[in-house]
Design a protein around this ligand. Structure first.
Ligand code: KIV
Ligand code: ZN
Length: 521
């Protein structure tokens, strides 16, 4: 199809080479399968000459991937190309990606060669790769800083040798969109055999232009975009696949292109890459950040309730996020409270909006973010019930038994009674504590997500915990800050237990209401 853009994902090559520690084969397989499901056309799996583990991972993934073309990187060196072909030989759909620098700076100061030698080395490498496959991609490394005359010259020669895909990388993220677009336009105007190859782009994000440069390139004739999930990659990273593919989808009115991406898998693929690569997604990250679909100010929340399009250009469900999130904070207005209550199934006559709003503002000032069950507690439980702590920490003691094992003695109030529990643990304190409560109370709370962050605030370390648990198919959240990591860990669990208790109490209230009012019973 004329307007179809091919997506090459290099999360496992350019992305992986930027991680603090490399991924093992199992982790790479998990990512590769998820990328295949996402609808990636070409999966760049790595640089097999770099290590035996890298070679082995590529070999294993090559046996599994069926729908995407797989690809491996090689320098213009015979051994690199042989090894790349060997690693992928169990697949009948593979590409060899060869690269060599073409900019004056790289040729002179990195490779100490002449431009003519670069052209010759490239031609020799293509001849070697052709023994294994017709699907050869050639990258003119640092093309963004290569003189346009040299670039046009080498591209013509490469296409004459039978290269099917010519990649134009902005290796150091130096160009700006109009300039990068012009490089592509020039290639189309000046290289006589340009229609015999696909022009690809590979943009780095040093000036934050990677996505914009890739879009400028397709507007000028490029047909393949390379990138990574979350935009991970050397230094400031690469073009973010989720961003560029959503830009193409959302602005199809202007761009008139299509990709093969299953947009519904964008969110889960990004989450998987974030988890496996241990890269936190910034909350304001476009498309997939936590705040990308959450609306905080009262005016925005009111606008969203009236019509989502007022403040949302992307439907969160379209990338696999179940619902949009109205972030209830002290900036929220009455409209948001009313909307949330309605969403939970309450009618306006079930509660007093003004009274609920006053209580909400007080709690939001203290707590930051307010969740559905907090609203229900405020609306239906009495002040005493809300304030009386079912579980309340009195104090705790730690004894370090061995270097990797500690014993905790936790003293707390449970209703009117004072109780003590003893907890021995070796690694994750929160998980061990939940396990202990599950066992002793015969319940089943599952931790879905747990994050602890330590920040330096005015020379004091402040610790915050963000935890999400599931209990009887319902999610409970807690966000808590403090100076003592152990204390806030225990408190976060107690707060969750208290919210579960309150929820159970609410259930009883609702049931008793039904019993009293329903004449048929
Ligand atoms: O950034 C770059 O130039 C590369 C090439 C190997 C494609 O990653
Ligand atoms: Zn790169």
């Amino acid at each position: 199809m004329k307007n179809r853009i091919i997506i090459l994902d290099t999360t496992l090559r350019d992305g992986e080479q930027s991680l603090k520690s490399s991924l093992n084969t199992k982790e790479k397989i998990e990512i590769a399968l998820s990328l295949e499901k996402l609808g990636i056309d070409i999966l760049e799996l790595g640089f097999p000459i770099s290590s035996p583990q890298e070679f082995n991972s590529i070999k294993e993934i090559s046996k599994i991937i069926k729908n995407s073309t797989i690809c491996s990187l090689a320098r213009c060196v015979e051994k690199d190309i042989d090894i790349a072909a060997k690693a992928m030989k169990s697949s009948n759909n593979f590409r060899i990606h060869i690269f060599l620098a073409t900019s004056y700076l790289h040729i002179k100061s990195k490779l100490q060669k002449t431009f003519e030698e670069i052209v010759q080395l490239s031609i020799n490498a293509i001849k070697i790769a052709k023994k294994y496959t017709d699907d050869i991609e050639f990258s003119c490394e640092d093309a963004g800083r290569t003189s346009i005359d040299n670039l046009c010259y080498i591209v013509e020669k490469l296409i004459n040798e039978g290269v099917k895909t010519i990649n134009i990388p902005d290796t150091v993220g130096f160009t700006i969109p109009s300039q990068f677009g012009d490089i592509i336009k020039n290639l189309f105007n000046r290289v006589p055999n340009i229609d015999k190859a696909i022009i690809s782009v590979h943009c780095h994000n040093d000036l934050g232009m990677a996505v914009a440069n890739s879009i400028a390139a397709i507007q000028n004739g490029a047909k393949q975009i390379e990138g990574t999930i979350l935009g991970i990659g050397e230094r400031a990273g690469n073009t973010s696949i989720e961003e560029v593919c959503m830009a193409i989808k959302i602005r199809k009115d202007l761009l008139k292109f299509k990709t093969n991406i299953n947009h519904k898998y964008i969110y889960r693929t990004s989450k998987l890459v974030s988890k496996i690569c241990k890269i936190k997604i910034p909350s304001n990250k476009a498309i997939i950040g936590n705040n990308a679909f959450s609306h905080s100010s009262g005016i925005h929340q009111d606008g969203i309730i009236k019509n989502r399009k007022n403040y949302e250009i992307i439907n969160p469900e379209s990338i696999g996020i179940e619902t949009n999130r109205l972030n209830l904070t002290s900036r929220s207005g009455r409209a948001a409270i009313k909307y949330k209550m309605k969403e939970m199934g309450y009618k306006k006559e079930d509660y007093d909006l003004n009274q609920l709003y006053d209580l909400f503002i007080k709690l939001a000032d203290k707590k930051g973010q307010i969740f559905d069950y907090d609203l229900e507690n405020l609306a239906f439980l009495t002040k005493e019930e809300n304030e009386s702590h079912f579980y309340k920490l009195i104090n705790y003691e730690i004894n370090f038994i061995y270097s990797n094992k500690s014993k905790f003695l936790i003293k707390f109030k449970h209703g009117k009674k004072t109780k003590k529990i003893e907890l021995e643990f070796s690694n994750n304190f929160i998980y061990s504590l939940i396990k202990l409560f599950n066992r002793t109370m015969n319940i089943n709370i599952k931790i879905c997500n747990y994050e602890m962050n330590i920040k330096n605030k005015e020379k004091k370390e402040i610790c915050s915990i963000n935890i999400k648990v599931e209990y009887e198919s319902q999610k409970f959240y807690e966000i808590i800050e403090g100076y003592d990591m152990w204390e806030i860990s225990i408190k976060s669990i107690f707060n969750i237990l208290n919210n579960i208790k309150k929820k159970e109490r609410l259930k009883k209230i609702k049931l008793s209401k039904v019993n009293l009012n329903d004449k048929r019973i």
